[in-house]
Design a protein around this ligand. Sequence first.
Ligand code: SF4
Length: 702
Amino acid sequence: MSTASTGVDTASHCPYCALQCAMTLTRVSTPVDVTLSVAGRDFPTNRGGLCKKGWTAAEVLSSSDRLTEPLLRTEDGTFRPASWDEALDFVAAKVHEIREESGPDAVGVFGGGGLTNEKAYQLGKFARLALGTSRIDYNGRFCMSSAAAAGMRAFGLDRGLPFPLEALDDADVILLLGTNVAETMPPFIGHLEGVRSRGGLIVVDPRRTPTARLTDDGAGLHVQPAPGTDLVLLLGLAHVVLAEGLADLAYLEARTVGLEKVRRDVAAWWPERVQSVTGVPVATIRDVARRLAAADGAYVLTGRGVEQHADGTDTATSAINLALLLGLVGSDTSGYGTLTGQGNGQGGREHGQKADQLPGYRKITDPAAREHVARVWGVEPEIIPGPGVPAVELLGELGVPGRIRALLVHGSNVVISAPDAGAVRAGLRALDLLVVSDFFLSETAQEAHVVLPVPQWAEEEGTMTSLEGRVLRRRRAIDPPPGVRDELWILSELARRLDAPGRFDLDAEAVFDELCRATAGGPADYSGISYPLLDSGAAVHWPYPTGSTGTPRLFRERFAHDDGRARLVSVRPASRPEPAGVDGTLTLITGRLLEHYQSGTQTRRVAELAEVHPHMEAQLHPVAAERLGLTDGDLAELTSPSGTVQALVRLSPDIRHDTVFLPFHYPDLESANLVTRSDTDPISGMPEFKRTVVQMRLVQAN
Ligand code: SF4
């Protein structure tokens, strides 16, 4: 690794969410150490703005509990420091032994949507070539997989926003479905100012979130359906569009297929029936459909609230169907998109971390894709394993006889972020080998046999791909602590010890160049991109084939299916949602807070962020609280068939009477995912995070 320069500002991006706000990092030297200061940098997405997570991101670099040497589990269950050679020799020998005894699929890999493109790519290559395993997947499965599957099905391509973020500035109507951008990515709301001034912001959320409050004072409309009824609401909107002659029939004729089936489906969802399921008044359903249809520029945007369901792909599909019926997709002034959450949630799902995928968003089952990637890797296509299983299924195989005996985890804290987290922890404890690469002893690392310390965002080189498919440079502004080693180095060293075929470069730029070659000709084609191009400051949106200038706006003339047409897909609700309110039950929805990012491993270490909500708080309506005998500040217990958690009761009129909200950033008894369910969407593998029926009772009065 090169030595970080001094006295020079470094242009980079935030380590957290997919908005990837631009930052200037400045080295601050004192007699005892060197730290970084952070300032927002003008950029089309954040326009100089940062949220409080971004402002405080540099503090995490100098946390006192950074890992700086490998750790090995001892006989008595504690950790002891080890040299890198000892740790990697141990891992390689154990992996070799397990593969010999139980076959390559006995070793699994779990990646993350926060890893750089280079690391995500190399992790997929390492799994397929060095381990020979099909068992690789990543935490993006909990985040974007249903919207990604819906986009693939409808358009033949999945890029979160198929248009630049700035396009929203000119919209007349924006329908935000299940996304709380005011807390998850605050600078985003700068792009909503125009639509608010025109009274056209429509927010669909069971909670009156800070984003929903942006519709106050004539800025728009807040629609508050019962949790888990989004699919029915969207069918109702489509019904009104077709019944009232608001569909763009010329567009549908020219650019889509599948209208007649969808017409038959939505015929059954007249507004009165939709009201009976969702609780949304008939007049509101008609009003939303008419506003969308009347707008010159209209956008439909989905987030995790409607996607994190066991029918998440169909729900996202129904949002796409609505956008297609109105002729929005591929227009220069309108569109459909999904708001990616994790920092590299977009790039993380393009380069081979997914069980069913090779770099460039290629299908692992496609013989031509296998041949192309094998050529770049310098191997025969036959040695690349076939598809594995999605994340929840993979975690369900941990420690199961005949299944996974060893797991390598990179950039993920599954003990907090996976559904039914108690079962996940039990699976990790049943493994013969758990290796976790992290910069802290995260809750998952605490279960490991081997912990490998890695650099953080400002200590590494690489690229990230933002929510609008924009490829960005992450730059090293400061050296990592001595003793820390980059994941590219770790994978290279393990590959060497395992006699892996192929080449595993150490240098991020060399890996990126290889990644670009591997994606050439694929759906997510990066072949025309290079570090010098990115360093020139050019706006780089994929697909960016060699010789092109990239694609800020997709689908203007054709969709990515062979016939160039989008698919309207027939969607029907599988069943009515489980009713909450019976026997005092509530529907639990989980989500994020302004102060925290994902499992909180980083943000819980920043005092300014942690002190705002030191403990998990359950948002509950006063009417529900009275029914349950709870008051503000009480300690309560929430129980589902998966497990039990504890939270402080926080009374709020901003939530429905039948619903309780928990943030999922906390550990131990406050880990919301101890009660969430492990059933998944059959198409995408997305777990059900937003429709868990729970009992709630008093543990200790305030
Ligand atoms: Fe921007 Fe997201 Fe970072 Fe906040 S967390 S500064 S919104 S990239």
